[in-house]
Write a protein that binds this ligand. Structure first.
Ligand code: HEC
Ligand code: HEC
Length: 423
């Protein structure tokens, strides 16, 4: 089973009615593999890569800024143009900071995991008139791998976030706090634990020796296996040396995803190795890139817990009298409550969907208070809202069976294979 994540139900519809995105086909795997309810055709994905944040793993509290960044990372409203209309957010391509290896939008993608970020459907500013999809990178460990972009043209995460929003996806100029939050979040992203050794020690030792000779000057072991520089290694241009950490979960490889597996990816560094030497090297590189595999089940309980935890951001914005942040958070959480609502089944009477509607109204009210700069009201509404979520949560969570959170109700739909995609 491959990874995936929530595909907002309305997204496909929005994309098909968006004028500027008219030449795009039906999106296939936004945020990963789609899971579809056979009876209704409604979409509800059940797994995504785990959220691996440095402070949380160390057992300390995540800063409010990083938590705000995680929320912003999931909001289409941060982007502009067709991306926003299509319901795309940073997380669509980088779910929980990982690479979405299933991402596929006909017209933008030539194979799963690739997207043409210089396509005019996404924005005119970078449009180059060529169909040149690039492979979506993982952002896990990204703090250690400047410069950024496949061509290494962007010096910092701050500059990249602004560029992604404004230049790539035609969004509004982001306020400084939004960029700070996205950077704080990305600085928290760490790789999964290293995976187990994949070959016998003597093979790995021989492979390490070959790596030292042919590869280590660019993939520097003490620098996350990259050198922060750009090289022409015969792959059709000058590219930033990628880290080799976490390779196990980012196939296909190279800037345009042309290398289906590690074997194909290695040929740029060395030629004329004896077959045994080549397999030794491959085993060593696989060891560098091995990670303890993991997927997190998307559950109703988990989504409600996440929403509840993010309420803390409203308290923070209220205390500090951050009008714009409070408005943004309330709007974002209202949207997330809406996504949960859309996955619940209709029941008669005062069902869980009605409770979600109540939450949605409460988020709207508190957002309006923030927008009006009425922090006294915002600080009064916040504890009421928190109490309400606490009170309602058990009844909402009990609605999981039979909802679009219920794996038993959903069947996976794979992204097209390379061959299918090329047809
Ligand atoms: C439609 C898919 C898509 C979306 C949406 C998207 N990205 Fe990316 N991202 C990519 C691709 C593809 C690349 C490689 C692009 C390049 O080489 O210029 C990339 C590269 C990056 C990099 C550079 C990583 C590195 O190691 O070089 C960062 C940082 C990043 N994205 C952050 C973001 C943020 C923040 C957002 C939201 C504001 C975002 N991305 C939205 C697809 C996407
Ligand atoms: C001159 C610097 C240089 C040397 C030497 C070098 N590489 Fe690379 N490596 C790069 C660059 C640059 C890329 C990105 C190329 C692209 O995207 O088209 C890359 C990409 C890769 C990738 C794909 C990573 C991904 O995420 O897509 C792997 C794997 C890799 N190198 C392994 C090796 C191995 C093993 C060796 C030694 C045999 C080696 N490299 C030697 C610079 C180098």
């Amino acid at each position: 089973m491959r990874r995936g994540a929530v595909l907002p139900g309305a997204m496909a519809l929005l994309l098909s009615i968006s004028a500027s995105a008219q030449d795009l086909g039906q999106p296939h795997a936004i945020e990963g593999l789609r899971w579809v309810d056979a009876a209704t055709g409604r979409i509800g994905v059940v797994v995504r890569p785990p959220q691996l944040l440095r402070d949380e793993i160390a057992g300390s509290r995540l800063s409010n800024l990083a938590r705000l960044g995680a929320l912003a990372f999931r909001q289409p409203a941060v982007l502009g143009g067709a991306a926003r209309l299509a319901g795309l957010s940073c997380a669509s391509c980088h779910p929980n900071g990982a690479a979405n290896v299933e991402f596929f939008v006909p017209g933008l993608s030539d194979r799963p995991g690739n997207v043409d970020v210089t396509h005019s459907a996404l924005g005119d500013l970078l449009a180059n008139g060529r169909h040149d999809p690039v492979n979506i990178p993982s952002l896990r460990g990204v703090a250690q791998t400047a410069p950024y972009g496949r061509s290494g043209a962007v010096a910092s995460l701050r500059a990249f976030a602004r560029r992604a929003i404004v230049t790539e996806f035609e969004g509004d100029e982001p306020p400084p706090w939004l960029v700070d939050a996205l950077v704080a979040y990305q600085n928290q992203l760490v790789l999964p634990r290293p995976g187990p050794a994949v070959a016998a020690p003597e093979i790995l030792a021989r492979g390490a020796a070959i790596f030292e000779i042919h590869c280590a000057r660019c993939h520097i072991p003490s620098a996350a296996y990259q050198d922060g520089r750009r090289h022409d290694v015969g792959t059709g241009g000058v590219f930033d040396t990628p880290s080799l950490r976490g390779l196990a979960e980012t196939a296909p490889y190279l800037h345009d995803g042309r290398a289906a597996d590690l074997r194909d990816a290695l040929s740029h560094g060395v030629s004329g190795l004896a077959p045994r030497a080549f397999t030794d090297l491959q085993a060593h590189v696989a060891g560098i890139g091995a990670v303890a595999a993991g997927e997190t089940a998307i559950t109703l309980a988990g989504e409600v817990a996440g929403l509840t935890a993010d309420l803390e951001l409203l308290a923070w914005a209220g205390r500090r009298e951050f009008s714009a942040i409070g408005t943004f958070v309330a709007t974002a959480l209202r949207r997330e409550a809406g996504l949960i609502h859309a996955r619940l089944r209709k029941t008669s009477g005062e069902g869980p969907r009605d409770l979600l509607l109540g939450w949605s109204m409460a988020f709207r009210d508190i957002g309006q208070a923030f927008e009006a700069g009425d922090f006294i009201r915002a600080r009064t509404l916040y504890p009421q809202l928190a109490g309400r979520l606490r009170r309602d949560a058990p009844r909402v969570v009990a609605a999981a069976p039979g909802s679009l959170y219920d794996p038993a109700r959903l069947a996976p739909v794979r992204a097209p294979s390379d061959a299918e995609a090329q047809r």
